[in-house]
Design a protein around this ligand. Structure first.
Ligand code: PAF
Length: 282
């Protein structure tokens, strides 16, 4: 696996590969890798000639400085995992390389309101930071295909929209959430959970499953209230939101007879750690 830390080096390397007709697949990450990330690399490998991954903890998408400070960083084991799964190129720039001119003004991309609900409403500026860094990475890597996990479903929707709005000729592939054996969605943030928090964290996916199983049997409002109660009764989990929304434009759904694809979403504090998850309803 080749490792590049500067934009200049990776750009030169990839332009030769592109010129020789290789199909480039890209998996951007913030490191602290788990099987969810590796599943994206495996999909990319099956479909592309050259797989590029990046590890960059992007400061502009963190609305909470403590979250940025505490975000797990483990560069050695990450690069070993990437090499083992067959990644061809790792791009791991320093903040000063990515933001040599400072953080700049964030690009004003029309995200059609996708950035205003759920994560957007609770993490002001988060999606602007995601759009800023992903568009920068797309400009550097210029992949043919880029892979993102459905665990961050709203991010995936925002990136699809950004790709369209900015006219990138990049196929965006959304990949299923990978879960621990008890159902907890894999996340780098799970590393920060205490043993007790880890045990109750499974209730998040259970609450979403409860909504999925009981859809149409009870009203959406009642399902949300019951799921909230299931989480709060642990004494450790504090839901920030539980939402049911259209799978495409993410607008809130409050009609049991809604006929288009929908998903249930949750953001929940598990002790000090904020976790998100989502599941399809129909
Ligand atoms: O999902 C992530 O890890 C990040 O938001 C991403 C897409 C790598 C941008 O920093």
């Amino acid at each position: 696996m080749k490792i590049f830390e500067t934009i200049d080096q990776i750009t030169r390397f990839l332009s030769e590969k592109r010129a020789s007709g290789e199909r480039i697949g890209f998996v951007p990450t913030m490191g602290a890798l788990h099987d969810g990330h590796l599943s994206l690399i495996r999909l990319a490998k099956a479909d592309c000639d050259l797989v590029v991954s990046s590890i960059f903890v992007n400061p502009t998408q963190f609305n909470n400085p403590e979250d940025l400070k505490n975000y797990p960083r483990m560069p050695e084991s990450d690069s070993q995992m990437l090499a083992e799964v067959g990644t061809d190129v790792l791009f791991s720039p320093a903040v000063s390389e990515m933001y040599a001119e400072g953080f700049g003004t964030l690009q004003d991309v029309d995200l059609g309101g996708l950035e205003k609900v759920m994560e957007g409403a609770h993490r002001p500026g988060h999606f602007k930071g995601v759009v800023q860094v992903v568009s920068k990475l797309f400009d550097i890597v210029q992949p043919h295909v880029a892979y993102f996990g459905e665990k961050d479903y709203q991010q995936l929707a925002v990136i699809r929209r950004m790709t369209e709005q900015l006219g990138y000729n990049i196929e965006i592939v959304g990949c299923p959430t990978i879960r621990e054996s008890d159902g907890l969605a894999m996340s780098s943030r799970n590393l920060r959970l205490s043993a007790e928090e880890r045990k109750v964290a499974v209730k998040i996916s259970e609450a979403l499953k409860y909504i999925q199983t009981n859809w149409k049997k009870k009203s959406p409002e009642q399902l949300i209230a019951e799921a909230t109660q299931q989480l709060e009764s642990t004494g450790i989990l504090k839901p920030e939101y539980i939402e049911i929304a259209d799978a495409k434009d993410l607008h809130e759904v409050r009609d049991s007879n809604y006929s288009k694809p929908m998903r249930a979403f949750a953001a929940v504090f598990c002790g000090p750690v904020r976790l998100i998850d989502n599941i399809s309803i129909s």
